[in-house]
Design a protein around this ligand. Structure first.
Ligand SMILES: [Ca+2]
Length: 317
């Protein structure tokens, strides 16, 4: 264990909270590139070299942008021949939404259905067998229609592929087409509660300003570490405790340790002993709950926690 000099002005937990704490944040970032097809189909991959072209018709009527006009040619077997793909790296269990704007021209075969597919992969290049496959589509003809869906990704996810294509009824031989625009993939932060390194930061109980936790989360080894900056029952006496353990999904199961015996800038051995157990559950990206129990005590105590400093930039409660 590293000796931590008590340089942290504990009053920070109080002062900064009043000045900086804020629940507002920016909306979710689109993880896709060129989802609006402003000039061309660049970045999107046409793996099977199927018919698809950039078109100046924009979903919002913007003369400076356009869309992707994709086709389903030949006799259909009822499946969706995917035309454009985009793979993005994305790790772990997250609540995501994806979608876009689609428009079926009025003269298409009945049953023409533009689809946006969502697939997760355990490798970072969208290779190998997919973990999850979801899609969203519509058969509304003539107007731009917003389609979207949500999913919680498998914890083993390392990359996500968004694929665009359209289906038509089994046996249909006439060519079908559809426009796609404003395609997106982003976090659904309103339901965000999974533990990952973005929960790293300073957390405190608003009922007891002047003390709190600095949390460090390492997803690669599923390690949750927290320094508990608090006091003993003797006024003014600092107590050095840490929380350490593994986490999975939205819960971290931890042991509480107390360290003692050290001396400032001195190699004197620090003694660290387990003194209890704890569980941390994140309710949102700015709220959490700590359940803790010290050895010899009968019941767990529930402590509500709030993030002290502003959350990651796309956190929205
Ligand atoms: Ca556009």
């Amino acid at each position: 264990m590293t000796r931590v000099r008590p340089y942290l002005n504990i009053a920070l937990f109080c002062t900064l909270a009043a000045v900086l704490f804020s629940g507002s944040a920016l909306a979710g970032e689109n993880y896709l590139t060129n989802g609006g097809f402003d000039e061309d189909l660049s970045v999107w991959v046409n793996t099977w070299d199927r018919r698809g072209e950039w078109d100046p018709l924009d979903a919002a009527g913007d003369p400076a942008s356009g869309s992707a006009l994709l086709y389903n040619e030949g006799e259909s077997n009822g499946a969706t021949p995917l035309v454009l793909d985009q793979c993005v790296r994305f790790g772990g269990a997250q609540s995501l939404e994806w979608g876009g704007q689609v428009r079926i021209p009025s003269d298409q075969p009945n049953g023409t259905t533009p689809n946006i597919f969502f697939l997760t992969f355990p490798e970072d290049n969208c290779g190998g067998s997919f973990l999850q496959l979801e899609n969203v589509g519509t058969q509304t003809v003539g107007d731009w229609v917003a389609i979207n869906n949500q999913v919680i990704t498998d914890p083993a996810t390392a990359s996500i592929r968004i694929s665009l294509g359209l289906s038509k009824p089994n046996g249909e031989t006439a060519t079908a087409s559809s426009y796609f625009d404003d395609v997106y993939l982003r976090r659904t932060d309103s339901t965000y509660r999974f533990i990952d390194d973005r929960m790293t930061g300073s957390w405190y109980n608003p009922d007891f300003p002047g003390q709190g936790f600095v949390v460090d989360i390492s997803p690669s080894i599923s390690l949750f570490f927290g320094g508990w900056y608090t006091w003993t029952d003797t006024p003014g006496a600092i107590d050095w405790m840490t929380l350490q353990g593994e986490f999975s999904g939205e819960v971290a199961n931890l042991k509480i340790y107390r360290s003692s015996g050290g001396k400032f800038l001195d190699p004197t051995e620090v003694t660290t002993v387990p003194i209890g157990v704890a569980e941390v559950r994140f309710i949102s990206c700015t709220e959490a709950e700590l359940l803790y129990k010290f050895d010899g005590e009968g019941d767990f105590t529930l402590m509500p926690l709030m993030r002290l400093l502003p959350a990651f930039y796309d956190c929205v409660d």
